[in-house]
Design a protein around this ligand. Structure first.
Ligand code: AMP
Length: 366
């Protein structure tokens, strides 16, 4: 079977690495000549809206998938004339626009932070007053890793926020004083079977994921079931196929959905070593119409992103049960270059090893 992947970044790379043992072949489309997948799979070098390149990918693939959510919906629909494409293009449409996405969650009875589209500076000032506390102004489209966001702490920030972002359609969200951030990874097969990974606890800084712990510590069964129930609603409504991630703000016993990603996700990297079947393998299995593997955790894992520059990989590997993944990307400030996963038998050991990893990373960037 031939899998086509739109996008050639690290997620595609890890997906290909999981698909090969299943006997699949992989081709990817990416406009960058030096995409991280370059040495790993057949490369069609072309733009994401180049119909010739899209047709070449589609005609050569039994199934096409994607590794980032800003694939043009029209391109996904174009592909569907020639071959299967999963997750369905509708999942892209929903996740590409923060307003559509939040309205979609609300329509399914999944709680979110308060939100409102804003179309003028006057409306922004009025809504900030209405919210009463801190708020975040975000571009509706093309925001990722904290880009296109402005934190508003006081009424006076409105003017600056508006001037910074107003070239695009905007949404204002109440700032949530969350207990913590968690995410769920779930997968649905072509015949509707579903698997759910344990909740993951995530730490972001400057809008970028730094660290995940899985299974999320201190998680009640009720919280896990709540996240699963929300994910199941999304999967079934979209007639979804493949891996889906939903990020939540946890406030006490409640979960507020922040966003969803219709793809494998950074907060699921720990599953490569830390779960019985990785998110990448289960996504590949869904593409290939194979049964899912178990999503249960093998121990207590932590995943740390390597951002901007690389620490000494040899030193990291001296920590027992540390696994280093490098994405073959040139260092640049704010860029995800790799990650480290540690798997331990219990939470205490995990925290000890995690502290060692963080020490090494910070020593380098100090
Ligand atoms: P996003 O691009 O929406 O995923 O936002 C990136 C990160 O910014 C989130 O993971 C949170 O840490 C923070 N953030 C975004 N929206 C809010 C909000 N409404 N309240 C509090 N923190 C937020």
């Amino acid at each position: 079977m031939q899998i086509g992947i739109i996008g050639g970044g690290q997620l595609g790379r890890m997906l290909a690495l999981a698909a090969y043992p299943l006997g699949a072949r992989v081709t990817f489309l990416d406009p960058a000549p030096a995409a991280p997948m370059k040495h790993l799979a057949k490369h069609i070098c072309g733009a994401y809206d180049d119909e010739r390149a899209l047709e070449q990918l589609a005609r050569g693939s039994d199934v096409v998938t994607y590794e980032f959510e800003n694939v043009p919906v029209a391109s996904a629909q174009f592909i569907s004339q020639f071959t299967k494409i999963f997750p369905p293009p509708d999942a892209l449409r929903v996740s590409q626009d923060r307003l559509v996405e939040k309205e979609f969650f609300r329509g399914l009875g999944i709680p979110t932070a308060r939100f409102i589209p804003v179309e003028s500076q006057t409306a922004l000032e009025r809504e900030i007053r209405e919210i009463g506390g801190a708020a975040i102004l975000k571009t509706r489209r093309l925001g990722y890793d904290g880009k296109g966001q402005f934190l508003i702490r006081a009424q006076d920030d409105a003017k600056r926020a508006w001037h910074e972002l107003n070239r695009e359609a905007l949404i204002l969200e109440e700032f949530v004083n969350f207990t913590r951030e968690v995410s769920i990874l779930a997968a649905r097969s072509q015949d509707g079977a579903q698997v759910f990974y344990p909740l993951v606890e995530n730490v972001h800084r400057d809008g970028i994921l730094r660290l995940s712990r899985a299974p999320a510590p201190n998680t009640t069964r009720a919280l896990q079931e709540l996240a699963q129930a929300y994910a199941q609603r999304v999967l079934d409504t979209l007639n979804y196929v493949g891996v889906l991630a939903i990020e939540f703000f946890q406030v006490g016993d409640e979960l507020l959905a922040n966003e969803m990603a219709p793809r494998v996700h950074n907060s699921g990297h720990w599953t490569i070593e830390g779960a019985a079947t990785s998110q990448f393998e289960n996504h590949a299995r869904a593409m290939l119409n194979l049964p899912f593997g178990s999503a249960h955790a093998r121990g207590c894992s932590a995943m740390v992103n390597l951002i901007g520059e690389l620490p000494d990989g040899n030193a990291l590997l001296q920590i027992a049960d540390a696994h280093v993944h490098l994405y073959d990307k040139a260092p640049r400030a704010g860029r995800k270059l790799g990650h480290v996963t540690i798997v331990a038998s219990d939470e205490k050991t995990r925290e000890m090893k995690l502290a060692q990893v963080l020490e090494m990373i910070h020593r380098k960037s100090a």
